[in-house]
Every structure is written in structure tokens, then in C-alpha cells.
Ligand binder design. Sequence first.
Ligand SMILES: Nc1ncnc2c1ncn2[C@@H]1O[C@H](COP(=O)(O)OP(=O)(O)OP(=O)(O)O)[C@@H](O)[C@H]1O
Ligand SMILES: [Mg+2]
Length: 926
Amino acid sequence: MLNEYIEMKCDYTDLKGDEGILTEYTGDFLQGFYVKDAEEFENWMLKTREILRQNRINKLYEKIQHYIDINDYEKVENYGRQIINIDAFDERAYRILMKSFINIGAFNKAIDVYRKLTETLQDELGVYPDGETRALYEKAIELKSAKVYENKKKEEFFYGRQEQLNTILMNYYGFLNSREYKAPVIIGEAGVGKSRLKRKFIDLVENDLFIIEAECYQAEENYILKPWNNVFSKLWDIINNEKIDVPLVWKNIIASVFPIFYDDADTVRVNPVEGISSLKFQVIEEAIIGVLKKVSTIKKVIIVFEDIQWMDATSLSLFSSILLHGENNHIFFLCTCRNEYTNKIESFISTMIKYNKIEKTNLQRFTKEEVREFSLNVIPECTNNEELMDKIYQETEGNAFFLVEMLNSIKESGSINIMSSKMQDIIKSRFLDISEKGKELLKIISMFFDEAPLDVIVELTGNDELEVIDIVEELEKKFIIKEIENNSGISFVFTHQKLREFIYLQLSYGKRKILHNKIGKLLEKNLKNDKTDILTYSKLIYHFKNANNKESALKYSIKNADICLDFAHELFPVINYGGPILKSQFLNSEQVNEYLNEIEVLLNEVADEINDHKKILEYKMVLYHMYGRYFIRDGEYLKGKEYIQRMINNALQIEDINYALKGYRQMIYCGIQTHDVDLMNNYLEIALPMAAKLVDKKEYGILLRLKGLGKIMSCSFKEAEELLIQSIKIFEVISKDDDRFILNIAAAYNYIGEIRRYNMQFQSALSYYDKAITITEGKKVLTGLSLFNTNAGQAAFEIGDYHRAKTYFLKALKLFEEMDSLWGRSTAEGYMSFLEVKEGLYKEALNRLKKADYYSQKIKSPMEIGIIYRIKAEIKSNMKNNRKLNDVFKNYLNLELEDYCSYGIEILKNINHGYEADILKVLKSK
Ligand SMILES: Nc1ncnc2c1ncn2[C@@H]1O[C@H](COP(=O)(O)OP(=O)(O)OP(=O)(O)O)[C@@H](O)[C@H]1O
Ligand SMILES: [Mg+2]
């Protein structure tokens, strides 16, 4: 019996409370206690011991999770170590420790933890840590090396953000080491510190890399492909500086979208085969990806887009397709984005996340504690001034921009009146004791939404360069302005847009108007009349609009639209990959309409203001031309023709014959596209005599060729050939002085070749193709050579000269290799496949046929698809008597011969020239 007066105390019950197991349970249950020969007791004791131990560990993990959630890594470390004390083999705890050390940038500690774990495991169990733990270790090592590099550099103050920086760096190392990685997107509110974090990252990695940075500005949100234009302009410099050999075809293709890529602005582009548009979006995309790849073989490339919330829709779509279709290991993309984003950016981000192409990293405002630490770094003398620290947090709410401005203000003015001021006044105080000249300069720099070039400032202010730089120095010391240097010279920008806005908004409307107009005029004077001008248009429009100089704004809006719409049509109707999700992001006709409408509104305003009737007609003419061209290319022929007709009327009124002829030509092209020979003839009848009267006979020569084409389309081959020969004669005369137009001759020869081929005069067809090929060889053209060789190959094939056919096809395919999806590729591949069958190379032939199929689907030309059916039918009919051939092809060609023939005939039935359908009919009846 136990004495009932003794107060019983059992510390076991203390363990039951919520915290008890953590505070009270410090050693094992009944540690050191032993009862002799009591096996049952022993079992019970061990079991209880284990349960308690497990309870304690679970509780510790709970605690850890809580402190991870509130970012208190000190506590996390403390509890993590406790777990390790209880269970030295619990790798999960080691990982938690490592992770929290990595998060606070204590990489050595993380590495140390790993070493301890390895030692323990090796000594006791002879094993190594898990892959997951090892990955953390490697991460710490990599991040540490970046950190070492960082220490070598003396630089601007940067505080915290280790976690976000790690996310970016990890992806970057993935990229460097050719592992999977995603493009980081730094997201956060205005002024939170996105750009600073980006700069920090760039500082860390800036080694032997090409770094291309492109900003997106609100003022340019509606300019098609503006940020990419900047990227390509920089790529162009790199390509030239490093003498990177980029295939001419790629250059030409890219130049059609980014004119900066024109090698030789003088080359006159001729599409030698009318009626097909050679530039599908995939082609452009391929060329772009190709060039990026080329450049990145010299050095790795980083492309940074700042503020993608202002990226235009077309740029976003190009960006998506590069992310989706480019091989990942060539370019590292990094973006910053405000979190106030719109639909288009939201769908971009969510789609790219879905495909694992980007990783969001969110930047939050600094916490109260962080604000305090940040501040003490800048103003260590205020260590004990709690009141000031409270005030700083209260006013800035942890926003980095406000914080920096406030601290700068305190540093400059002492903290005297800070206590009673609001943020707005604090920012104002930053500009208080700036010299008069400095203030004037600030006003001027604030006129530019992007950067203010030194030379423009010099011209505006009348100060000389040194004077300006002196004044800027004062502003740089105050951290208001910073200097940037690039190819075009020195420029200045505000350290933050908000400071710019502050100054800009203080200027009177009248003063702004005058300054904008002056700047616009200066920039206008600096235009070089070459391909680089388009980079300036958006700026000109911005200044002239804000100067209320509507006419000049209109002039450059039209010029800009003219260039953009020239290719924009290529970008939307053909896209059909990646499923419907991507579609919404592409520039659609609604957007183009809006774009053009905006110009029209401006035009009408100008019309109200100026009395120059002729000039207004001229502007309208150019605008209608854009409308018409756009609608025709978009397949809205009725609307398109209407606008072109209006354009022609205007041109005739102001007697601008060249423009009228452009209009007629557009109508004729429309006829080609819609197979409307009557329409072609109608306009040819008006245009030809008009062009004949001009001294310059180029237009006449082209129109003759088009008339010839019309005759081909209506199968009047004899007349067609006569017209083509006339056209050739005209260009032969022109080419004596100026050989830029010689391709027009090649185009006509090719058509004659086609006429002969359609009439099964293959031998003479070949001689014409040869002429076309000889002229084109060595010339900078996009299509043409590959297509002429393909045509010639077909002719040689039909007369059974397989050897010669092969030579042509191989030449064509070599050209296609640089460029995947050009017209004619599937035809060349298809015929080559059949030639290989004839040579007994069945496996090669099968692979080639598959390729041919692929390209014909990509291009979607009925002619090419029809030709592939013909090839299939021919191979199929050979399979009957050839077992080996049959074995190789039986799975791929599993339809009946008759089916291939019928499909081919069906798809070719709308093409009234050519003999392919006839051949299929013969095969079918066999
Ligand atoms: N971690 C940091 N350490 C030191 N200074 C910082 C830090 N983050 C931001 N700043 C400073 O705060 C100011 C605002 O930051 P930043 O320009 O990066 O903001 P932002 O998020 O890019 O804003 P916006 O959306 O307007 O472009 C800058 O002066 C920057 O130098
Ligand atoms: Mg920024």
C-alpha cells in the first residue's frame, strides 16, 4: 500500500499539455531505469518511450512549419536541431535546416549541415544522403559561388530578397548546366524593387554573356513588336560585331518583320512567284529561333524584358511561341511585371506556367523589421531612434521606392522635419536644394518617357556637353538621375519613373507643349532615312501628340502602321498550334481595326484643322491603302477591294500615278489570290496603258508579267508566253544600268518553264528553269531558287532523267535545310522519296515521305498535298510486285491505291492547269 498522504507527482502527465512534450520532455522516458527479469515491463517501457519520442518529433515539425510560414528562420533552426538531437538520421530535418539557411543566404551553414549528415550516415550506416538532400547541397554550392563573386564587387547597396534571388539563380544555373529551367518573372507592385532585384541578378552573373535588355513602356503599349524591335536591333549589333555567320534566308525573313535586319537596304525584294505568300508565321518563328540559337553558340544569351505588363499583344505572342517552341537551352529570359496586370498578360502568364515555361517569383513589401534593418544600413546613426523607425515604416509601408526616397531625404536634410511630413512632401523635398540649372535639366529629362539623349539635351538647352554632364553629376549624387551608355551614345533617365512623373506633372501644359514639339522636331531632324528610323517613330508620335501637333503625329502614325501592318497579317490567320489557348493572344483583326481607327480619328481631326485639301487626300490615300491591303490579306476581299478603290480614286484626284498603279496592282493580286481572272483583266486593262506612258518602265514590265500569269491561269498558254517575253525584254533593258531588277527576268523565265511543263514539254521547260536558276544563283532572295530547282526537278523526273532530277531536288533541299517551311519543300522531299524507292533505298525513302507529309500539312497548299498523293499512289502501285518495298511501306501506306488516287484527284480538281490529276486518273484505272 502506498501512503495516501504523500502527494503523488508524475512528470508524465505534464507531457499531455499542448506545449508539454516540447518543454518537459528532455530525455528518454525512464532513461537509465532497469528492472531485472521483467520482460513485459521492458516491452511496455520501450513502447511508451517510442510513442513519446514520436509525439515530440511530430510536435516539433508542427512548430517548424509554423515558423517557416512566418519566415522566422532562427526558430526553424532551433527546432530543426532539436529533431536531429532526437533522431540523428532524420534527413527531413537536415533538409529543413539546409533550406532555411539557403533562404537567408547562409550557404556555408547549409553546406556544413550536409557534411555533418554525410558523416553520420557514413559512420553509422555506410550510406549517402538522399538525392533530394544532395540536390539542396548542390544548390547551396552553386549559390555560394555566386555570392563569392558578388563579394569581389563593390557596388550599390542591396538589401535582402535572398529567397527571390535564389529562385532566379537556380533557374539560371539550370540554364547554364543545360538542365530543365524556367524563365523567372518577378512580379510585384510599383516601386517594390523588381528592377533592383533584376539588376542585382545581372550584376551577379555578368561574366561572359550577351545580355540584352528591353524595356516596355506604357507609352508604347500599342506599338506592334516594339520591345522585340529593340532586342533585334541589339542582336544585329552582336551579329555584326562578332561576325556571326547567319544564313541570308534567315536575315531576309527576319527583316520582313524587323527591318533592322536588312543586310543591304538596297536589295529590291521580288517575290518571283506571285500568288503565294512566302512568309507564314512559322517561317518567321523558325528564323528567329534559328538566329537566337546561332548567337548563343558564341556566348550564352540573357534577354530581359522589363515591365511586361506593358508589352503589346503581338510581342507577347512572339514571346510565347519562342518559349514554347525554342529549345530551352539557348536563351535565358527574365521578366519583371507589375501585379496590376490585364487580361492579356494574365493569360500569357497562366499559359506559360501551365507549360512549365516560366516561374513566378513574387516580391512583397518589406516587413517592419526589414524596413528597420534596411534603414539602419543607410542611416546607422539613427540606431536608437525608435520613433523615427516607426515613422519610416508608417509612411513607406515597406515600399522600396518610398523607403529609398525617404532615407535619401533624411540623409540630405537631417531628420528634423521628416517627422511631420507626408510622403508627397518628402519626395518634394528631394528636389528642394537643386540648382536652377539642375531643375531646368530635370524638366527636360522628364519630357522623355524613356531616356533623354545627351545630344538632344545639348541642342535644346544650348549648353555644351560638358556643362550638361556637370549638372547631371549633381543630380546623380542625389540619386535622382542615372546615366546610361549604349551604341547611340550617352542618355539620362530618372532612377525611377515615379520621380519623372512628379517633375513632369509639375510642368504647365503650355510649357510641356512647347518642349514636346521642340524635342519632336529635333528627333525628326536626326532621322536617318533608313531602316533604323522605325525605332524612333513611337517617340516622335509621343512627342507630337503631347505637343498637340496633330499633323506630325498623324504622319508618323501612318508611317509606323505601314511598316507594322506589312507583316502583321502574317501573324494571325495562319496560327494553329498549341491549341486554342494561345490564339487569344495573337493580334486579331479587331486590334488592327482599332489601330487603324485611331489613325483615322487623328486624320479627321487634322482635316478639320488644316486647309490643304490635297494633303488630306494624300493622307487618306495612304490610310486606305493600308486598310485595303490588310483586308485583302486577311481574306476579306470585298472590304479590301472597296478600300483600294477609294485609294485609287484619291490617287487619281491628286494625280499621283505611281500610287494609283500601286492600287491597281493590289487589285490584280487580289484577283490572283481569289482566282478571279476577270478582275485581273479589268484592272490590267486600265493599268497597262497608264504604266506604258511612264518613263520608268518597271511597273509596265511587272504588269505584263502579271497579265501573263492571268493567261496561264485561264490556260491561254500561247498568249501568256508572248506577254512574258515582252516583260523579259523590258527588264533586260532596265538591268543594263541597274541589275537590282534582274530577278524579274528570272520570275518570267520560271513561268515560261511552268507553261512548258504543264504542256508536258519537259525538255524545253528545263531550259527555261535553268535560265531562271542561273540568274537567281548568288542573288539575295528568299524564295525563288529553291522553288525553281524543285520545278526543274519535276520536269526532269517526268522525262525519266532521274539522275538530273536528283541533282535539282538535292540543290533545292539544301536550300530548304536552312529554312524548314518554305513552299515547295514537301514537293522536293516527296519526289526524292520516290527516287530513293527507285534506287532501292526503301528505309530512307520512307523517312523522307514522312517528312514530305509533314511539310505539306504545314504549308497547307492543295497543290503540294495533291503532289504527295501522287507520290504515294506511285509508290503504292510499285508495292504490288515488290515484296521488300511492300514490307517497308505497308504500315505507312495502308490505304488502297485507289484511295490515294481519289484523294489526290479531289484535292487537285480546283487547279485547272497541270497534269498531276491526269496521272492519278491513269494510275487509278490500272
Ligand atoms: N532590395 C533592395 N535593396 C536596395 N534598394 C532597393 C531594393 N529594392 C528596391 N530598391 C530601391 O527602391 C527603388 C524602387 O525599386 P525598383 O525601381 O526596383 O522598383 P520596381 O518594382 O521596379 O518599380 P516599377 O514597377 O515602378 O518599375 C529603387 O531606387 C531601388 O534602387
Ligand atoms: Mg522597375
